[in-house]
Design a protein around this ligand. Structure first.
Ligand code: IMP
Length: 397
């Protein structure tokens, strides 16, 4: 039996979707534990690009998809994704936790209003306000969808808390109707999942976003509102630590970030523009150009430690091919002091770079030297390298 966690080691968009899709082939179930439609993964299916925001990527391989209690779910968005799936002839089973939180149009309005002031650069998907409601204990559980009075009561609390004036009766009615359409898929997933594991099924725990968007370990306040790191699996799915056997950390060969916040190795000007264009670095959810930069081993060292990464996958190695030289950050200098792990006031830090030779193509020895450098600095083994979006474009080491 082997249950695997796939966790992003940077700021999200590391290419987890493809790795999950690839690894899903050895698993029976793919379960998401945090976030909502702020995530976006593009997967190539029969030569066609498909974008998902809520549905775990692995369902394309016919696996059972679980949306865990740690998630915040926009049911309208989910409905259109399920339709997309069915239109492609994929009839994978999808289960939704009765304890997950529901995102409504009110949450999206609150998110947009908040971001005007806070300037985090959120995806405006209502994620932050949905978690605020959860922790204020006025959130709408998926299980509440069967109770029109509970929906309306909670919408009223929420609307007054965020000062929103909308037709709440109409929204409540729509949600109640939608709940009926989802009835079959809603279960106590924590019980279902633990039983499935005891019964010998293999689960892949699919992380969303990345370590530095984690609400505790990320570059707060420029983070998302959930636990995107390893601990999120326990609270976001209700499985014990002993159920996680293999922890696969995914990192790009360089760094990208969407939205505001510190980014020590960011490349500006022409260098940044060239890398952005070569890597096709535009957000899957918002279409925003991603900020791009050099590989940051200070961040990877920390992410490997926090998540207990047992093996690493490096993605987009092809994008850097053809460069004569490249730089990787191995330490930071912050207020005159050297750091090997990112301090909390990371915005004060400048990267200390080491220069490395570039690779002509993915078979060049220089790529192997680059991978060995990552291993030496992070102490994690790099087990796979991905070099194109195609499912099988992976080198095993
Ligand atoms: P929120 O998750 O929409 O609240 O956005 C908070 C921050 O996380 C913003 O900087 C977003 O750009 C970023 N973010 C959220 N989800 C993703 C993702 O899947 N990939 C990359 N960045 C993300």
């Amino acid at each position: 039996m082997m249950n695997t966690a796939v966790i992003g080691l940077q700021f999200g968009d590391e290419g987890k979707g493809k790795i999950v899709d690839y690894l899903a082939q050895e698993h029976d179930i793919v379960a998401r534990f945090s976030g909502g439609s702020n995530a976006g993964h593009t997967v190539i299916y029969n030569g066609e690009k498909i974008k998902f925001h809520l549905i775990p990527s692995g369902v394309l391989s016919g696996k059972i998809g679980v949306l865990g209690n740690g998630m915040v779910i926009d049911l309208e968005k989910l409905e259109s994704e399920i339709k997309l799936l069915r239109d492609h002839g994929i009839n994978s089973k999808i289960l939704i936790s009765s304890r997950a939180q529901v995102v409504t149009p009110l949450h999206r309005i609150a998110d947009a209003n908040d971001d005007e002031i806070l300037k985090i650069g959120t995806t405006k998907q209502g994620i932050g306000p949905a978690y605020v409601a959860k922790y204020r204990r006025i959130g709408i559980h998926v299980a509440d969808l069967f109770d029109s009075t509970a929906i309306l009561k909670k919408l009223r609390y929420f609307a007054s808390m965020f000062g929103i004036d909308e037709n709440l009766d109409k929204i409540a009615e729509e949600m109640y109707d939608m709940g009926k359409r989802y009835r079959e898929m809603i279960v106590d997933t924590e019980v279902w999942l633990n039983n499935a594991i005891s019964g010998g099924m293999n689960v892949l725990f699919e992380g969303s976003q990345g370590t530095f968007l984690d609400v505790d370990f990320g570059t707060y306040p420029y983070v998302t509102s959930s636990a995107t790191t390893i601990g999120g699996i326990l609270t976001g799915l209700g499985v014990p630590p002993s159920s996680i056997h293999r922890i696969v950390g995914v990192a790009k060969a360089y760094t990208t970030r969407v939205g505001g916040g510190p980014f020590p190795t960011e490349l500006m000007g022409d260098d940044g523009e060239t890398l952005r264009r070569r890597g096709g670095e535009y957000g899957a959810t918002t279409g925003r150009p991603r900020r791009v930069g050099n590989l940051d081993l200070v961040l990877l060292r920390y992410a490997t430690m926090i998540n207990g990464v047992t093996e690493m996958v490096i993605t987009k190695a092809d994008i850097l091919a053809g460069l004569e030289k490249l730089k990787v950050a191995t330490e930071y200098r912050c207020d005159g002091q050297i750091y090997r792990y990112p301090p909390i006031n990371i915005e004060k830090c400048k990267p200390v770079y080491e220069e490395m030779g570039g690779w002509k193509d993915i078979y060049d020895d220089a790529l192997e030297i680059f991978l060995q450098k990552i291993e030496k600095e992070t102490l994690a083994r790099v087990s796979m390298v991905s070099y194109s979006p195609e499912r099988d474009a992976i080198i095993h080491r």
